[in-house]
Design a protein around this ligand. Structure first.
Ligand SMILES: Nc1nc2c(ncn2[C@@H]2O[C@H](COP(=O)(O)OP(=O)(O)OP(=O)(O)O)[C@@H](O)[C@H]2O)c(=O)[nH]1
Length: 323
């Protein structure tokens, strides 16, 4: 039994669309984090989506509109201090908060967040960062690791890597990825999860070799990855919108890392999301009245101007309009 009575914090990181929310949703469902867990979700975009998915958590704080490892750091520290304050008003014998799970945005460097918590003179006395879990997308991680310094920093910061989407990944590619991850971070444990549920990882084939990754000097020359939001008209022409999105992903799916949003449709609130060129099966979300994030789509990527994205969509939806 530990005499350290500080709040435990699990940091959950991983690249955009790697499966963080899906994994966390299942872990909360099965009670993997124990009782009295507060979830803090950070989304880089102003329009949050993940909070709609994690509605089952006991307590939740949403930090939207700035990545917690950089622009949103002060907001994160303030939110964590508030949780610590509230906890210190309750005696250790009572049912007080035991753990925080912090789901970072896909653009965050988990190492920078751990450092920010440990460098804060208040938080360091109240919170112990117990584990950094990083979700690694079996379908896209090799490409990300080859081109994105951030992808490598995330893997490097992990105590535990959870391979996601292994159900959709060819065995050879999976073996190469596992050997690559072992080379990048041999200290972290590696497990697999399919749609959040733990899956068995067969022993690594003896002949598995890591991918040869190029040297990466710094951030990509195409500029930083950033979110852009587009509001959809209430009288949306669904076929035109779907066609536009498919054409866009086909042409620019490598630049457009992530698309997500909750749309109001005749069938209900529909969660639409893509990861690179992969369009996920749409999911109908529970009704919860009007939400300010409904009918707003967030596009996260680089290599285009936000205004061009909006113009392209409006042209497609109303071909007679010129802007
Ligand atoms: N086939 C398959 N799809 C998965 C798996 N895990 C997650 N997904 C899908 O991948 C997409 C992204 O998953 P999320 O859990 O939203 O990913 P995220 O890391 O939270 O995304 P961001 O917060 O935007 O960075 C969703 O459509 C999931 O359904 C998996 O194990 N297998």
């Amino acid at each position: 039994m530990t005499s350290d009575t500080r709040l435990r914090l699990t940091l959950l990181g991983g690249y955009l669309g790697s499966g963080k929310t899906t994994w966390l949703r299942h872990q909360l469902h099965v009670g993997a984090f124990g009782p009295r867990v507060h979830v803090v979700v950070n989304e880089a975009a102003e329009t949050p989506v993940d909070d709609a998915l994690l509605a089952g958590a006991e307590g939740m704080t949403l930090l939207a509109g700035g990545c917690c490892c950089c622009a949103g750091r002060a907001e994160l520290i303030a939110a964590l201090r508030r949780l610590c304050d509230a906890r210190s008003r309750i005696s250790a014998e009572e049912a007080r908060l035991e753990r925080i799970v912090l789901e970072t945005s896909g653009l965050a460097d988990p190492g920078a967040i751990v450092a920010a918590i440990q460098d804060d003179p208040v938080l360091v006395n109240h919170i112990v960062v117990e584990e950094t879990v990083v979700a690694v997308d079996a379908l896209h991680a090799l490409a990300q690791l080859a081109t994105e310094p951030l992808g490598r920093r995330q893997v490097g910061a992990a105590d535990r890597m959870v391979l996601t989407k292994t159900d959709a990944c060819a065995p050879d590619a999976l073996a190469t990825l596992r050997a690559t991850l072992a080379g990048l971070n041999g200290h972290a444990t590696l497990s697999a999860a399919v749609l959040g549920v733990e899956a068995v990882l067969a022993p690594l084939p003896a002949g598995a070799r890591p991918a040869v990754l190029p040297e990466l000097a710094g951030e990509d020359a195409r500029g930083p990855i950033a979110p852009t939001q587009l509001a959809l008209p209430d009288d949306l022409d669904w076929s035109a919108f779907t066609l536009w999105l498919s054409a866009l992903l086909h042409a620019r799916g490598d630049d457009l890392v992530r698309v997500k949003g909750v749309l109001r449709t005749p069938a209900g609130r529909l969660l639409l999301q893509t990861v690179r060129k992969v369009v996920q099966s749409p999911e109908i979300l529970p009704e919860q009245g009007e939400s300010r994030s409904d009918n707003v789509i967030v596009f996260i990527g680089r290599g285009y101007r936000p205004e061009d994205l909006g113009r392209s969509m409006r042209r497609f939806l109303s071909p007679t309009r010129t802007t």
